[in-house]
Each structure stands twice: as C-alpha cells, then as structure tokens.
Design a protein around this ligand. Structure first.
Ligand code: AFP
Length: 341
C-alpha cells in the first residue's frame, strides 16, 4: 500500500494514518531534536536504503538463483542462505565508511566488526531473519538496533555493545512481505513506512502505532509445546478459555512478520525456552531487545518470562533468550503463568 493511493484506508489499529505524502528522509529530518547533528537520521536512512536493496533482491531471488544455500555455517551453527550473505554484505557496506558507525554486530558474523574507532554509533542487526522461509516465498525481515557510544575518546570496547536494550536509542525492522515496510522508533513512538516501488521511496503510512486494546492473536510454535515448561501450556489453555479475547493462534515462523501482524492487530509473539534448550532460539542483542524496544514504544512490552527483555545485560553477542513481545497485558499474564502466581 502506498499513501499515493487516493484512499489508503484507515489504519487497522491505534496509530495515525498518513494524510500527506511524507518520505522517510523528510520525516526523519522533521522529527529529530532541534540540536541534533542529523547523524542518527542519516544512519536510519542508510538502513532504509539497505532495506530497499535487500527487498529488490529478495523479490527477484527465484530469478537470480539466490534461493540456495551459501554452503557456510553461521555463528549460530545454522546454514547460511545466499540471501543471508547478500543482506549481510549490503548492511556492512551501507553502515561503513560514513563516519557514523564504529562497530557492527551481525548475526552472520562471529565477532564484532570494527568499522571506525571514533564514530558515535554501534549497530546490532540480523540482516535477514526468517531466511529459512525464503524458498517458500514467506515474508522475512531485517532487524536492527542502534546504541550511542558513551566514550569516544577511547577505542570501542565490549562495554559499547554488551548493553541492555534500555540503552538503545533506536530500533526497527524492514519487513519484506507483500509490500516492503520500514518500521522504526527512535524513542518517540513507532512509525511505519511503505516502499512505493514505482518511485523507490519509503512513504509514511502510519505514525505513532499503538497496540490495539483488544489483542487478536497469539503466535507460538505449538508443535514445541511438549518441550515447554508447564506454565506455558497453562497460558495457552487460558488463552483458549471462552472469557479470554485472544484465542486465535497465528504463527508464520518468521519473527518480524509475526511481530508486525501482532503490532497491527494486537497480540503476543513468543519463542519460549525448552527443557533441552532453556535459553530458547532467538538472540537477545539483535532480535529480542530491538523488538522489545519497539513493543514498549507501542504501549506493549517484552519479557524473557522472568524479567523485562530490555533489562537483561548481555554477556556475549550471540546470546540467546526466551522472547515474549507484544500486548502488555498478555506478556504480564504469561509471566504470572510461568511463575505460578
Ligand atoms: P531462520 O532465520 O533460520 O529462518 O529462523 C527464524 C527464526 O529465528 C525466527 O524468525 C522465527 O520466529 C523462529 O526462528 C521460528 O523457529 P521455529 O521454526 O522453531 O518455530
């Protein structure tokens, strides 16, 4: 959908539908603090450009033989897809060389990449989350988070990136779905832009997205239920009760797409810990924390089942964590079930 359409229709949720044509560049410039240098806006714009390039290649993946495996194993022990490698290269290229980013942490790289010792920002990202779905034409996404370095007089140290999500100054994702959307927050609400492929611009679609009061969905991989703690199953039983509004399960298996749908229509997305894998599957730094930051900015929250995801202090860059993000009341309730309150 583009806001060039004569009637883009009402937003499905809390949030303001764009009434004028506003490019992402213009929106970022208009929404930065008066005393800002503009470097964060330009960094977000760089990521939006990466999103356009990845979207273009994803769309043509079947034609350009990008659907296959790259033959390498990433730091998570997962097989890399050709598109993972392409998306990672695009992100690295666009984040380097402008004096804005000092260190890049990528799901696809075993160690932090030092780009520019004196630059102000650290970017954490998963260049193409859900890539195992690409072969079957299912939505995938790029997730990112941005930290500001506190001390630029010394070279970057792990203290610059092993930081809780509370320190994020911005986070977002690009969703490659039926349309391409750039959704971000720099701490003042969540804003969504749709790529108009005809003009090649991300145009404002909704500003200040909020979770709707009545959540519609829960998104959990129920086939893993036998491996979950008992509290998780009690939570799902509670969701199915007649007096609980959220009884419909929808699960894509692509975190950005599941999160995005639930942001628009209300609900919770989760990947719990399992008996043999209590830490779960998703990564704290570049999946859990950025999504929790967005959820909180939209009136929701993120938890690992015990504590707020944004309060967890990472000890390694590829650390995994159980993730529950979405509607605030559902996440609160889930914590109660998990801990038998
Ligand atoms: P891939 O990037 O390997 O496709 O994994 C996607 C993902 O990390 C996340 O996007 C999904 O929510 C989750 O895994 C799905 O995992 P299950 O298939 O185990 O439900």
């Amino acid at each position: 959908m583009s806001n060039l359409d004569p009637d883009p229709g009402p937003p499905p949720v809390g949030g303001t539908a764009a009434e004028k044509i506003v490019t992402i560049e213009r929106f970022l410039a208009d929404h930065q603090p008066a005393d800002a240098t503009g470097s964060l806006s330009r960094l977000l714009d760089d990521i939006a450009l990466a999103g356009k390039l990845i979207a273009g290649r994803t769309r043509r993946a079947g034609l350009t033989e990008m659907l296959g495996k790259a033959g390498e194993i990433n730091p998570q022990g997962e097989e890399q897809k050709l598109m993972d490698v392409y998306a990672d290269n695009v992100m690295t290229s666009l984040l380097s060389g402008h004096g804005r980013v000092s260190v890049i942490i990528s799901e696809e790289q075993p160690a932090p990449m030092l780009v520019d010792e004196s630059a102000p920002y650290v970017v954490v990202h998963d260049p193409l989350d859900g890539s195992s779905n690409i072969d079957s034409n299912v939505s995938v996404g790029t997730i990112f988070g941005i930290y500001r370095r506190e001390n630029r007089t010394i070279p970057p140290t792990p203290a610059d990136w092993l930081r809780p999500g509370r320190d994020l100054i911005a986070a977002g994702y690009v969703l490659y779905g039926t349309s391409t959307m750039f959704v971000y927050s720099a701490g003042q609400g969540v804003h969504a832009f749709t790529l108009d492929p005809e003009v090649g611009e991300f145009l404002l679609t909704w500003s200040d997205l909020r979770y709707p009061a009545e959540p519609a969905y829960y998104s959990l991989n129920l086939s893993s239920a036998p491996q979950w703690e008992k509290g998780m199953s009690r939570f799902v039983e509670w969701l199915h009760r007649d007096d609980t509004p959220t009884s419909t399960q929808r699960y894509i298996g692509s975190a950005v797409a599941d999160f995005h749908r639930n942001l628009l229509h209300g609900g919770v997305f989760g990947y719990p810990g399992e008996v043999d894998r209590p830490e779960g599957k998703l990564r704290l730094l570049y999946e859990g924390a950025p999504l929790a930051f967005l959820a909180e900015q939209a009136g929701g929250r993120g938890s690992d089942g015990v504590q707020d995801l944004l309060d967890i202090h990472p000890t390694s860059i590829h650390q995994r964590t159980p993730v529950f993000v979405g509607d605030r009341h559902l996440v609160d309730r889930l914590e109660e079930f998990l801990f038998g309150v």
